[in-house]
Ligand binder design. Structure first.
Ligand code: 13P
Ligand code: SF4
Length: 343
């Protein structure tokens, strides 16, 4: 099982060295025009996560591509006819696209865009944990490597995790859950399932600070609190709505409140504000967690995706996601269960 010290050391090793530089307006416009041209010429489509830079989300929208949560990205890519999928997010999203569409070319602007959950769950370590508890059904979060998925019975995203575990628990199955211990704890409390939890967490969502959110609620007593379930239990306890990024976006549109305190990554603001321009969104305050890394609700790896490296990958077709055939074959089993679950 992962120790806190090992996790912290690995996080430091994988952290991006610096924040990308911002181009000026003329450079930006020229890059956007060239990206649009290359997408058409090369029969490629942009599939982006809500946490990426708003300029990239806008470009995906305007070029027939897609913005969504990790489950929707996987479903969109699997169903799209383009020969090349450009996955703008973090590495596990590119790997999921490759597993679901092995015949397609899968490109990513940066292959170093990691995720703290994936970093915190190495395949060999996880394999021995599964072997020690071989009577249990293995359910892993989508935020894992292809090699970890290849060890699993089920893959889930935050939008379906509770429903899938409930479904398994009703059949009497005991569960191994990895890697997010806070999401695992949330699922356990909402299903009463017998679950063994792995010990990693998301360094972005774990930073939201319950005491500071309570103070903010007192100042904005008319605001509702929207929380992603990768947050700590005390933060989840303050939520009016707990859900995946898409579920939180939907709640911000459908609920009658005019003001929201949002405990998820800052990139979501682009779609929330676009869908409800008359509403006010305030980001939940953060404080440092034990990792010692400060994110302030900005995922450092999601923000490695820039117009610059998006353009470069469309020019070079480098940064392809390639996976061994046996890993694709085995990881497809839990991943297909995920994309086909109650569609
Ligand atoms: P979603 O499944 O909500 O897109 O979450 C992915 C993620 O990385 C959250 O931090
Ligand atoms: Fe991973 Fe957290 Fe970044 Fe999502 S926000 S990609 S869970 S590190």
């Amino acid at each position: 099982m992962l120790s806190s010290a090992d996790f912290q050391n690995r996080l430091i090793r994988y952290m991006p060295e610096q924040k990308p530089e911002k181009p000026d307006k003329a450079e930006k416009d020229a890059m956007i025009a060239e990206i649009r041209r290359l997408l058409k010429e090369k029969n490629a489509v942009l599939i982006t996560h809500y946490y990426t830079d708003p300029e990239i989300q806008k470009l995906a929208e305007e070029t027939g591509g897609f913005i969504g949560d990790s489950l929707e990205m996987a479903r969109f890519g699997a169903g799209h006819s383009a020969e090349t999928l450009v996955i703008v997010g973090v590495r596990f999203m590119g790997e999921s696209a490759k597993i679901l569409s092995p015949q397609k070319t899968i490109l990513m602007p940066s292959l170093e865009a990691e995720c703290s959950l994936d970093i915190g769950c190495e395949p060999e370590e996880f394999r021995s944990f599964c072997e020690q508890n071989s009577d249990r059904t293995v359910v892993v979060y989508a935020n894992t490597s292809a090699a970890v998925k290849a060890l699993a019975d089920w893959t889930v995203t935050s939008s379906i995790a509770v429903d899938v575990v409930k479904h398994l628990a009703q059949k009497g199955e005991k569960i191994i859950w990895a890697p997010d211990r806070f999401l695992g704890d949330y699922i356990k409390r909402n299903t009463n399932a017998d679950m063994l939890l792995w010990n990693a967490y998301c360094i972005v969502h774990a930073e939201f600070d319950a005491a500071k959110i309570e103070e903010l609620k007192q100042i904005h007593s008319d605001a509702e609190v929207l929380v992603h379930p990768e947050s700590q239990p005390e933060v989840i306890a303050l939520a009016d709505v707990v859900g995946s990024t898409s579920q939180l976006l939907k709640a911000s549109q459908q609920r009658s409140a005019r003001k929201f305190i949002v405990a998820t990554e800052t990139g979501i603001l682009y779609k929330m504000q676009q869908a409800s321009p008359e509403k006010e969104f305030i980001f939940a305050p953060t404080s440092s967690v034990s990792s010692g890394i400060s994110c302030e609700a900005d995922c450092p790896w999601m923000k490695m995706n820039t117009l610059q490296n998006l353009l470069e990958v469309l020019q070079s077709f480098n940064n392809r996601i390639e996976l061994p055939d046996d890993v694709i074959k085995r990881a497809l089993i839990p991943l297909e269960r995920m994309v086909n679950f109650r569609k």
